[in-house]
Design a protein around this ligand. Structure first.
Ligand code: DGT
Ligand code: CA
Ligand code: CA
Ligand code: ZN
Length: 569
């Protein structure tokens, strides 16, 4: 684990402990903010500390800087070690159960003696939690749901987490490999990943030795000539070493999905062929006819190569047979990011710094979309501050002189009655208006979303389902109605690329496209270190069968502006 990640974990834990102790909110938030910032910066914290540059990290004041120096020098923080001894370890883990806030946990701990997962299950089942003061039946229902999500979630990881982990593993073995790649659900860019599957070509012994001694290995489950498995933390990574002439067949087989492979095997059978991880064979003679590349495996079956993101047996094999696979947008096709928060609301960086970072990525524009006033914890903008921000962006754009464009935007809250949190008079001044639901997650949001789309200034609906992976299901929505209204009003739907959201989910993206809807991919970044998540959003878009035409941020900036304007005429 990197220094930054470890430090962020410790700071978050301190916040958890303080919350359990009932400390004042601002102290707790200071630790959380610093943890978030540290997790997302790309430079090593030790290096920053050595260069006396800790003050550059947003949210790090003198008090926390002192703790960071202590961490760099000693590998831990005394305050953390001290707090840790005050609570049972098992109890602290329960802080990660969705809907079970630290306040409730504290109460359950003190009044019912809840110390671990088993205890929590018990007090939920026997009704004693429900009898605690302030616990309505709805709250208990939510905690039950949260516990289910928690139990389900803990054996899978987020796509973003899996990508970071696989990079770490591959960088530890690649010098020994002639070829190395990851397969499985990760290569298909599925939103969550069970285990990581790696394939390699090369001399087996040095590869397996390097693999089983990678930094962070907590257990070697199996070590063999062709196959090994390790745990890093609680995450499993499998590797297989294959012969060069088997590479394509193995990559195809281990990329899956299982459903896609089952369907391919049926096709093969009809053609008198057999397909497995070693190659494609003629059934009658046993002759091997393909296997070195994935392309030739598909070709034997009369198909063009199918992009991994489509391999879910959702019609891609039939489309490939007809020669009608979509020309998917590519990871390099993105010209800008359309959902970013700055330090005007709850983001960590100034608009200039974000623009600089985005230009470095190779974008030609971004939209700054801070929160609106009703989102108070995020320090949302009211009309007056938004007008100020607009002036500031105009100034920045003049200085950029057309080399790069900052679009004036907002993430305006959709209020419970479907009206917006800011007046049309100020929305009119903006280039890009994202409207999002942030409240009442248990109520059907169909009418709210449709009402927002009927406003001529709303360009995009942000994180349309409201879900958070492993944490919260979205609000109920009648998607057919929403897709129809989006197409009719010319409002696009967001693919929120943040690793915790990936919202819209891929299957709804595909359905929306079929209803004629356009999409905008936005990272919802609060720090420049989160802009990389764009590729997760592109993965979702590809899994939803989208082309460059479907995704507005594959277009140039004039066309993006015109898309927003078209709705206002
Ligand atoms: P995960 O790890 O749960 O996110 O999902 P996958 O798709 O990575 O599944 P995993 O790791 O169990 O296996 C990797 C791939 O290997 C899978 O996508 C397809 C292939 N595979 C594994 N077991 C079978 C099987 O029994 N039959 C077939 N046809 N393919 C299999
Ligand atoms: Ca897997
Ligand atoms: Ca596996
Ligand atoms: Zn939002």
């Amino acid at each position: 684990m990197s220094n930054n990640k470890r430090l962020a974990e410790i700071l978050n834990r301190i916040a958890d402990f303080l919350e359990l102790k009932g400390e004042v909110v601002y102290k707790i938030n200071a630790y959380r903010r610093a943890a978030r910032a540290i997790e997302s910066i790309s430079e090593d914290i030790e290096e920053l500390c050595r260069q006396n540059r800790l003050y550059e990290i947003p949210g790090v004041g003198e008090r926390i800087a002192k703790k960071i120096r202590e961490f760099v020098e000693t590998g831990t923080i005394r305050k953390y070690e001290k707090l840790r001894k005050e609570f049972p370890e098992e109890l602290v883990k329960l802080l990660d159960v969705p809907y079970l806030g630290p306040k409730t946990l504290k109460l359950a701990y003190e009044k019912l003696g809840v110390r671990n997962l088993e205890d929590l299950k018990r007090v939920l089942e026997d009704g004693s939690l429900a009898r605690l003061p302030g616990m309505g039946p709805k709250k208990v229902e939510n905690i039950k749901k949260g516990l289910e999500l928690y139990l389900r979630g803990s054996d899978r990881m987020l796509l973003g987490e899996a990508l970071e982990l696989v990079e770490h593993v591959i960088s530890g073995i690649k010098e020994h490999c002639q070829k190395v790649a990851y397969a499985g659900s990760l290569r298909r860019m599925k939103e969550t990943v069970g285990d990581i599957d790696i394939l390699a070509v090369g001399e087996s012994k040095p590869i397996m030795d390097a693999f089983t001694s990678i930094e962070g290995v907590t257990e070697v489950i199996a070590k063999g000539d062709t196959k090994s498995s390790i745990l890093i933390g609680t995450r499993q990574v499998d590797i297989r070493v294959v012969e060069p002439h088997q590479w394509g067949a193995a990559l195809q087989y281990f990329t899956g999905s299982k459903e896609h492979n089952v369907h391919l095997r049926e096709l093969a059978k009809e053609k008198g062929l057999k397909i497995n991880e070693y190659g494609v064979f003629k059934v009658d003679t046993g002759e091997r006819i393909a296997g070195e590349s994935e392309e030739e495996v598909y070709e034997c079956l009369g198909l063009v190569w199918i992009p991994p993101e489509l391999r879910e047996d959702r019609g891609e094999i039939e489309a490939a047979m007809r020669g009608e696979l979509p020309q998917l947008l590519d990871y390099g096709d993105i010209k800008g990011d359309l959902h970013i928060h700055s330090n005007w609301s709850d983001g960590g960086f100034s608009i200039q710094d974000i623009a600089k970072a985005a230009e470095k990525i190779g974008y030609s524009y971004i939209a700054i979309t801070d929160h609106s006033k009703s989102v108070k914890i995020a320090h949302g903008l009211d009309e007056k501050r938004l007008l100020k921000q607009i002036e500031e962006i105009d100034r920045i754009n003049r200085a950029l002189n057309g080399r790069f464009v900052v679009l004036k935007g907002i993430e305006v809250d959709i209020l419970p009655d479907g009206s917006l949190d800011l007046s049309d008079d100020v929305l009119r001044e903006l280039d890009w208006v994202v409207a999002s639901v942030h409240t009442r997650f248990n109520e059907d949001a169909t009418e709210r979303i449709i009402a927002a789309m009927e406003n001529p200034y709303v360009t995009c609906i942000g994180h349309p389902t409201g879900r958070m992976l492993f944490q919260r299901e979205g609000y109920p929505v009648d998607w057919e109605k929403v897709f129809e209204a989006a197409a009719k009003t010319g409002t696009c739907l967001e693919i929120n690329a943040h690793q915790d959201r990936l919202d819209l989910p891929d299957y709804l993206v595909k359905a929306a496209k079929e209803a004629g809807v356009k999409f905008a991919i936005g990272t919802d970044a609060h720090h420049v270190g989160q802009l990389w998540m764009m590729k997760l959003g592109v993965g979702v878009a590809r899994r939803g069968w989208l082309t460059k035409e479907d995704v507005v941020n594959c277009w140039d900036v004039e066309r993006v502006k015109n898309f927003a304007k078209a709705k206002r005429r």
